[in-house]
Write a protein that binds this ligand. Structure first.
Ligand SMILES: C[S@@+](CC[C@H](N)C(=O)[O-])C[C@H]1O[C@@H](n2cnc3c(N)ncnc32)[C@H](O)[C@@H]1O
Length: 342
């Protein structure tokens, strides 16, 4: 699968460059906005809409595969809130996709819930570290996610981690890297995205620019030392230059000093909301009138994505994809080494 997907990816990049042909190679697919957690910095709580039925979701996955999707990131809400998540994963795998699923781990128990997710290529836990995790979720949530991560590792499931860089988690970088090494997984450090929905939450984290730069410099140093950090060096350097942490997406003119990077949203990747709405990426929710895959079919919806109203952002997943699709050498090698593990 690795070689086939790598070749298909290379050919889609080439076709885009030579002929302008767009292919939805990578799709973040939200399967639900329901969640059993209420994280202080997560805006998903404001996205209320009906979610696709099992039949609609499986049909969409078939259409994605037919349109050329190689990689799907199942997202939420909490994807495990869906009883049919095992079927969803199995269908993505049957259609040859590289599948990851983000989870808070709280529903991953020794029973059939574990069997439902065994098929993924990587389970992406959210572990922010002992100082931040319970503070920005709820008491006991850190222990829950540690137990789930250990259960997954004992059962041979590939694990990745996402830790959000906040005032409290930056002090736990060592702990997170030690934990990653001890249990054989890698951690992606994601900058805190500003969200108007969450800004009023009394638990909302803050991070001053100085602390942020110190943390990113530290990550660059540890990445060079070969520690298990998912972010590429190019990505870490990119976010280090980001001028204003309260503005994570630039609409209109890019301010002086903000790093620039060609964006492949709506050309090689997209985001699908749990009701089938198709966006170039999820940072544009509320800022973009989306076509709907259930109404028009996925390929048509993807191909009808229009001009994006933005000029730059520093969201983890998308920036890393932009570096890979823009053929930034170290980001490509970094992505290949992650995918090849399977
Ligand atoms: C929205 S959650 C959904 C999946 C699952 N419920 C979980 O907890 O991992 C996906 C990831 O987004 C991260 N996230 C949520 N809000 C964020 C924000 N404002 N900035 C950066 N990352 C955020 C979470 O920490 C988590 O790692």
């Amino acid at each position: 699968m690795f070689l086939r997907n790598a070749l298909k990816t290379a050919s889609a990049i080439l076709r885009l460059r030579l002929l302008g042909t767009r292919t939805p190679l990578s799709v973040i697919l939200s399967v639900t906005n329901r969640c059993n957690f209420d994280c202080a910095y997560c805006p998903v709580r404001s996205h209320t809409m009906p979610e696709m039925s099992t039949g609609e979701l499986l049909g969409l996955i078939d259409e994605m595969a037919d349109a050329g999707t190689q990689r799907v990131g199942l997202m939420g809400g909490e994807p495990m809130m869906r009883d049919d998540i095992g079927e969803v994963i199995a269908r993505c795998k049957r259609r040859g996709m590289f599948v990851t699923m983000g989870t808070n781990g709280s529903m991953l128990t020794e029973d059939d819930n574990l069997d439902k997710v065994r098929g993924v290529d990587a389970l992406v836990f959210s572990i922010d570290g002992p100082s931040a995790h319970d503070r920005y979720r709820h008491e006991g949530s850190y222990q829950l996610v540690l137990d789930a991560m250990k259960l997954a590792r004992r059962n041979g499931i590939e694990v990745w981690n996402t830790a959000v860089l906040t005032d409290l988690s930056v002090g736990d970088i060592d702990i997170l890297l030690d934990l990653s090494e001890e249990h054989g997984f890698a951690t992606n450090f994601s900058p805190l995205m500003h969200s108007e929905v969450c800004a009023d939450d009394r638990r909302h984290p803050s991070l001053d620019r100085e602390g942020y730069i110190r943390a990113v410099d530290r990550l660059i140093e540890e990445k060079r030392r070969g520690r298990p950090i998912i972010n590429s060096l190019s990505y870490l350097r990119y976010i280090r230059e980001w001028p204003d942490l309260s503005e994570t997406l630039h609409l209109g003119d890019t301010p002086k000093g903000a790093p620039r990077l060609p964006c492949y949203a709506s050309r090689l990747f997209c985001y699908v909301e749990c009701n089938g709405d198709v966006y170039p990426c999820n940072t544009l929710i509320g800022r973009y009138q989306p076509p709907n895959a259930l109404a028009t079919g996925f390929r048509t919806a993807f191909e009808s994505l229009g001009e994006r109203p933005c000029t730059a952002c520093y969201s983890f997943g998308y920036t890393e994809l932009n570096l890979v699709f823009g053929l930034r050498y170290d980001a490509v090698l970094n992505a290949l080494s992650l995918a090849r593990k399977r």
